[in-house]
Design a binder for this molecule. Structure first.
Ligand SMILES: NC(=O)c1ccc[n+]([C@@H]2O[C@H](COP(=O)([O-])OP(=O)(O)OC[C@H]3O[C@@H](n4cnc5c(N)ncnc54)[C@H](OP(=O)(O)O)[C@@H]3O)[C@@H](O)[C@H]2O)c1
Length: 336
């Protein structure tokens, strides 16, 4: 370690004591980790809560090899120590970072290239609500899905952390935006965020709605977290040369679909998961985000939608909130 503030030996962290419901999340004393070469130690002030944390807690999404067993894929705070060879950051710098795990703690390690400066005027809780969804949306919608200005875009789960980010970024980069959500209140939130049309999938068939709104053409890019019977319906909703990007399968991993649509419309159906990707890959996404999206955040042209904030020790309540499914936007832990 080449530079550090006075570090305590131990910290409070939220552990997954066994696979199960929200109550298995319990505060524990853990050793404060020390940064290795290229790493920084963040004194965490706030940590974002994401659906993958819920899956990890349930035992369905184990951390990749080498990652902390603690939950938490994003954290904001001050740099508390820097490892050998760290070039960009100094002790005391305010950063927000995509972490491979371990965000639900007072201190968290991250590679220096996976941290970014806190956008101008952002609180720690707002900054902690940014990395996971912005990295995911940037990679899947703009890199894999190649969404262009003037094209049309459909996101399912429009009020999720991911959905609220996708609506704003697609709009900011010049797309016509459609979103699906499960209630009138959620649909209103989507349109407030910039969606041109929000579709309550409980009342309306989204395939017919997007077909009608696009004059029968269909949408150019779809970001889907549902899967199941949405797979065939996404093929129906897509335009010729459309791109469909799968980031989750909340409705089930198996489907029967009419694959002739893939050929006839020349569709691309792809997908990815962010967490197991290399530090270098994430550094590349971070660099593009800093260049293209950080100025929009600092100007408040886009911003995370804040749902509720819970104290770190009450992480179980944050997970209950997420599982109830009433939230709109991001749930965040205040680490103090
Ligand atoms: N591949 C990746 O790299 C990556 C990275 C981050 C997150 N993800 C995934 O992206 C999804 C969104 O993450 P998030 O943190 O933004 O989650 P979130 O805020 O909890 O959102 C989940 C959304 O999915 C909708 N939904 C539709 N069908 C559902 C079902 N069967 N069960 C539960 N929810 C359903 C819900 O809205 P309605 O009430 O409108 O249905 C809700 O808005 C999660 O599945 C997560 O695992 C993937």
């Amino acid at each position: 370690m080449s530079q550090a503030m006075d570090l305590p030996a131990t910290m409070t962290a939220i552990a997954i004591t066994e696979p199960g419901g929200p109550m298995v999340l319990k505060p524990e004393r853990r050793a404060v980790p020390r940064p290795g070469p290229g790493e920084i130690l963040i004194r965490v002030r706030a940590a974002g809560v994401n659906r993958p944390d819920v899956l990890q807690r349930q035992g369905a999404y184990p951390p990749p090899p080498g990652a902390s067993d603690l939950p938490g894929l994003e954290a904001a705070g001050e740099v508390a120590a820097v490892g050998e060879g760290v070039r960009r950051w100094r002790v005391g710098d305010r950063v927000t970072a995509l972490t491979p795990g371990g965000g639900y703690a007072e201190f968290c390690l991250v590679h220096e290239t996976n941290a970014l400066p806190i956008p101008h005027g952002f609180t720690f809780t707002e900054a902690a609500a940014v990395p996971e969804t912005f990295f995911t949306v940037w990679h899947n919608v703009f890199q894999r899905g190649a969404l262009q200005s003037g094209e049309s875009f459909l996101v399912h789960g429009g009020t999720s952390g991911i959905g609220t980010t996708a609506i704003q970024l697609a709009k900011a980069f010049g797309a016509t935006v459609f979103a699906t959500a499960g209630s009138a209140e959620k649909c209103e939130a989507c349109t407030r965020l910039g969606a041109d049309r929000a579709i309550n999938y409980r009342d309306e068939d989204y395939v017919a709605a997007v077909k009608e709104a696009t004059g029968g053409k269909g949408v150019d890019v779809i970001l889907d977290m549902v899967g199941g019977d949405y797979i065939g319906r996404n093929y129906d909703s897509a335009a010729v040369d459309g791109r469909i990007v799968q980031i989750a399968l909340l409705g089930g991993p198996k489907a029967s679909a009419d694959f002739s649509k893939l050929m006839i419309k020349r569709l691309t159906h792809t997908g990815s998961t962010l967490r197991p990707r290399t530090v270098e890959f994430k550094a590349g996404v971070a660099a593009e985000l800093e260049r293209k999206v950080w100025p929009l955040l600092s100007a408040r042209k886009v911003a995370p939608v804040m749902d509720m904030i819970f104290p770190l020790r009450e992480a179980w309540r944050a997970h209950e909130r997420m599982q109830e499914g009433e939230h709109i936007g991001k749930i965040v832990l205040d680490v103090g």
